[in-house]
Design a protein around this ligand. Sequence first.
Ligand code: HEM
Length: 459
Amino acid sequence: MSKLPYRSLRTLAKTYGPLMMVKLGSIPYVIVSSADAIQELTDKDHDVIFSGRPQWKSSDALFGGSTDIIFSSYGEYWRQMKKICMVEVLSQRRVNQFRYIREQEVEHLVGMLKDASKNKTAVDLSEAISTLTNTVISRAAFGKTYNNQQMSLRRAVDILAQFCFQDSFPILGWVDALTGFDSKVRKVSREVNDFLDTVIDDHKKRVVVVAEDDSHDGSDHVERQADIVDILLRVQKERELEFNFTDANIKATLLDMFAGGTDTIATTLEWVMSELVRHPTIMKKAQEEVRRIVLMGSERKSGIDEADISRMEYLKCVVKETLRLHAPAPVSLRKTSEDVKLGGFDIPEGTMVMINLWAVMRDPEIWEQPESFVPERFLAEPLDFKGQTGKFVPFGAGRRLCPGMTLALVEVELVAANLLCWFDWELPEGVVDLDMSEINSVVIRRETPLSLVPVLNSE
Ligand code: HEM
């Protein structure tokens, strides 16, 4: 198995078919690699049975026994947690509420790039985008950024991607003590808990008027805009739940927002820009659309709002095509909750299942020129992100579908539109072709940072 397992598993599936049993470490996994199998797995007879998740040593330690949304087992507890997440934290209303944060941070990024463009030197766009996505989620979640302390969240997310003997070879679990994995997990878990306890305590102490709508335009006409911690504390106090929503649950939810909502958005933007730089005609077409809508209307605008974005049909296709080729989360991990049949095979209760989303989105049986970057394919076939066809599945499918997709898409589209509207982009001197190598960490990222020269658009 290579360092990019979704690629090796696709190669195996070409020989052994879309449903195969592979041992990863000493644990047997059913690997699912076709749209038909995904559709079957998420139909009404299968969805619940395939909605379990494997728990890891690190998820148990970091999320108090995997009690977050990403890692918790399927059941009433997960259902309640996901509902809170979707209704209270990631709903359209919330996405609108935090619009002013996205707009301010994008303005900041554009300002920085305008300054850099004066020197005609390359900027580390990966770093700039990563800072933006981190700041946006921090301000939405905590009301501000906590610079140094917040690094513990980064370390926690990184640990989830690290190899652990117990998860792959349960009989060798003791080796994790020797490699230092166990002590590292304990240390990071302590740091994260201490940090999030401080954040929650700070919020409990503040008695100020907070607004939970999108009335905040960045000025001070409400005393303070509610952030996600305020919202979760209000849920804890007011909402009638079938379980006791404790501070530990709030911490697990917050950690999920960071684990799910920073690197995924940043890496999508990196790949959008990488693909566009490699395809100048597509870049030009996308720029023309964005500039026509923003700069050539009856009143020429100095900023881009989300109403403009809703009209950028081609840009949306560029984002879809990027997510098809570069799914940030290339596989979805599941666990069966009872004996079940899939594609005619008997699968016992408790089986680990890996859905190779990446392979399905490059399957030559269902995509023309599957390896090529062709945004136009989505003009011809406007597939949505809900994964119901089993074919276009960057956010997964079924009950475990990603709840952060609305938030992710508005942020990706807003940043991309700004990068395309105000700048042309060039490769640094001496670079002829962009290296597109991938690295598998929490998400699939570029192996090398994306370094590009911004040239101010003079239109
Ligand atoms: C481009 C951005 C994103 C991509 C591609 C992405 C992709 C995914 C995928 C593939 C899954 C697994 C779905 C499955 O098992 O079928 C998932 C789950 C999840 N994502 Fe995202 N995600 C993104 C952004 C976000 C954001 C912004 C958040 C929150 C702020 C988020 C929070 C979650 C959570 C909580 C889950 C677990 C859902 C469950 O188990 O029920 N994601 N995501």
